[in-house]
Write a protein that binds this ligand. Structure first.
Ligand code: AMP
Length: 419
């Protein structure tokens, strides 16, 4: 009988896990709150249910041999309940550790990864001047007056120095729940965020951002070639591989080897298994941990066509108890995220490649291209549209991987086609 993989979360990551699981002859059950979740299109069975719906999670558990997750914010008590009953090969520790930015950074430091300076906010009154002040609970933060929030933030910014970044500890993603503080006006604007527990971070003047994606079977750890990531408005825009600044003559340079070694020992020391992505800030030869995700990562989409094996395949290898394979880069690669505002441009690329493709393929304009297109649109241009029914600016609708592609060529020949 086929092994059954249950996936909590039916977004694009779940979709691509499911596609790979099928290639490896496994079957897939997906659970998601929205009836039109992208991964349902690829699933053998679907369960519509909220992430804190224990009955729905139990149904997922009963119809799966192993469970994985592609969504991070599953409530802790729910996680503990399903962990005790079902096989979650990654465990829930990495998920729990990544759900709170304070816990995540404390944990990174504890296990040897340097981080930017940070401080929890708001803190218990009377402790404002102390260096290791007690963070407030959610209830205490909610009870603060606007004036108290302002005082807390202004004094913490005074200690941290400007510029700095205020982030909510939970449920933040793609720049949501974040405010950059450069002057007093920004403090006034950002203070409302302190209605929930936050973290204040120094603003890092990095040279560039990078990510490492690792998969561990508990003994060996493989890692994918590091991506150099370009963000726009807090959202990943491009992943470029190989990452200039981290390689030399086609090999990982000293900085890159130190990063990989630190990230692998972090993973070992935490006892994590399965997939783990770590985002980093790079400055000269130094690196700082920004955040981690125990699931396939947006910056690893490039591995589908850019590497000999992908992050999705290796996660499935792990889940199915199959040996991991070590990825090699096929050729220089650029991955472009397609947000709502880029969707028409991506469809135009598909339409152009299909024009004159032959009878039965009646695609002549972008409007004819389905929101769920997945295929090669011209040589070395791999378009993945996730099939989301609603498009809006800043929503991740798809991605395009160009391989072979250098950043120079991408910027001169392709960048102008997108918004
Ligand atoms: P995050 O959700 O924390 O990954 O933040 C989204 C993006 O905001 C990051 O990828 C960076 O481009 C930027 N950012 C976040 N935190 C900092 C920081 N402490 N210093 C500089 N840039 C930051």
């Amino acid at each position: 009988m086929k092994k059954r993989i249950g996936i909590i979360g039916g977004g694009q990551l779940g979709l691509m896990i499911a596609q790979e699981a099928h290639r490896l002859d496994a079957s897939v059950v997906v659970m998601d709150p929205s009836a039109d979740a992208p991964a349902f299109a690829e699933a053998d069975a679907k369960i519509v249910g909220a992430f804190d719906d224990l009955k729905a999670l139990e149904r997922l558990g009963e119809s799966s041999d192993v469970i994985t997750y592609e969504f991070e914010n599953i409530p802790g008590e729910v996680l503990r309940h399903i962990e005790s009953k079902y096989d979650i090969p990654q465990g829930i520790a990495p998920l729990f550790d990544s759900q709170d930015r304070l816990r995540e950074k404390d944990n990174a430091r504890l296990h040897g990864l340097p981080t930017p300076e940070y401080a929890a906010l708001p803190v218990r009154m009377g402790a404002l001047a102390a260096s290791a002040a007690e963070p407030m609970t959610e209830e205490e933060a909610a009870a603060l007056s606007p004036q108290e929030r302002l005082v807390q933030l202004a004094s913490a910014v005074g200690r941290m120095g400007k510029p700095c970044v205020l982030k909510t500890r939970k449920f933040g993603y793609d720049g949501h729940g974040q405010a950059v503080i450069r002057d007093f006006k920004d403090i006034e604007k950002a203070a409302d965020l302190l209605a929930v527990p936050c973290i204040l971070e120094e603003m890092v003047d990095f040279d560039f951002e990078a990510s490492v994606i690792m998969v561990s079977d508990g003994q060996d750890i493989i890692h994918f070639p590091l991506a150099r990531n370009v963000h726009r408005d807090g959202i990943l825009d491009l992943s470029i591989v190989p990452a200039s600044g981290l390689q030399r003559n086609g090999e990982e340079n000293g900085t890159c080897r130190r990063i990989v070694s630190a990230c692998e020992s972090f993973m070992r020391s935490c006892g994590y298994r399965g997939i783990l992505a770590i985002e980093l800030f790079i400055k000269g030869d130094d690196f700082l941990f920004n955040e981690m995700a125990p699931r396939p990562h947006n910056s690893g989409h490039y591995t589908i066509e850019g590497c000999t094996t992908s992050q999705y395949r290796e996660l499935c290898h792990f889940l199915l108890g199959m040996p991991l394979t070590r990825p090699e880069l096929v050729a220089p690669t650029v991955m472009k995220n397609i947000l709502g505002q880029d969707l028409d441009a991506a469809k135009r690329i598909v339409a152009e490649s299909l024009r004159g493709a032959g009878p039965g393929i009646e695609v002549s304009s972008p409007e004819d291209v389905d929101n769920a297109f997945c295929g090669e649109a011209g040589r070395g241009v791999f378009v993945h549209l996730y099939g989301k029914t609603q498009s809006r600016p800043r929503r991740k609708m798809g991605h395009v991987t160009f391989v072979p592609m250098t950043p120079e060529k991408y910027y001169s020949e392709w960048a102008s086609r997108f918004v």
